[in-house]
Design a protein around this ligand. Sequence first.
Ligand code: TYM
Length: 332
Amino acid sequence: MNRIFSGMQPTSQLHLGNYLGALRNWVALQDQYECIFCAVDLHAITVPQDPEKLRRSTREIIAAYIAAGVDPERCVLFAQSGVSGHSELGWILSCHTPLGWLNRMTQFKEKAGKHRDNAGLGLYGYPVLMAADILLYKATHVPVGEDQKQHLELARDIAGAFNRAYGKETFPLPEPLILGEATRVMSLRDGSKKMSKSDESDYSRINMTDDPDTIALKIRKAKTDPEPLPGALVELETRPEADNLVTIYAALAGESRAETLSRFAGQQFSAFKVALVEVAVARLAPINAEMNRLLGDIGELDRIMRRGAERAGEIAAKNLAEVHDLIGLLRP
Ligand code: TYM
């Protein structure tokens, strides 16, 4: 059976980009694939974290997965640090990854900024750990937003290099699944920037935990242009903010961008935004309520994560034993 692995960083609250670009697709995919979903806390610590906040965000992220519709009975849900194989395979794969490949990673360049020499080795090796996450389970498919495409290509390159080095198809080359209308949700303040947890303006994103009033306010304040909505998709190409809001609407309403345009063509943004608030609140409020309910029972969330780590750990141990044998690590 084809197997899915994916994860999100518990760095702060999830936002609409995480939901539309990834989480929502996971819910749909769990019917067709064996699914393993992780809160990647080891990735989160590649930049400084407050320990108490990290613990809280890890539980929140697992609660968000379940609240959005991921079934903890059918899917394996856990915190990455609960299966030590991630770190171990990360090390082994780092010994098979040329520095030149890592030097091409744009996310490292963005995150390290001008002070490259001060960036941690973990931040540099981040994509190798990500490859290890996927390959540890021999996952065949990885549902992510568009921003992870380059990391996925690297994971495929590392898998290929490892397979060639030992003359055996040990790891399948994982396929990215970049699905839906909103594979790259942009900032509400600047249509040329990705919606992101790290943007200092909270008005740039809709958080999964925002209440209806906050969602309405952020959408009302979202940047637009003075023109009414166009009738054809090509006309959005030069209007990034309009394009983004149409994309968000279409994804939330479960229709294509063309369908959204055909209904709103010629209307002003003031009217369109009212409809957008309505669909956003209708979609997000129930998830928010369910998340809060789940977070009221931390014991149950921890049980789900422990059980998930056990199931993931069994698969990981088997695959790691195979890797140890292949590369000559002795297990007397
Ligand atoms: P992270 O935590 O930044 O994001 C989690 C998921 O949300 C998607 N995403 C977006 N999609 C559309 N528009 C946006 N503005 C947007 N922002 C984020 C991301 O593409 C991602 O799917 N490196 C990963 C976490 C990771 C991982 C893995 C993913 C670690 N190991 C193994 C898959 C497989 C990351 O930082 O995601």
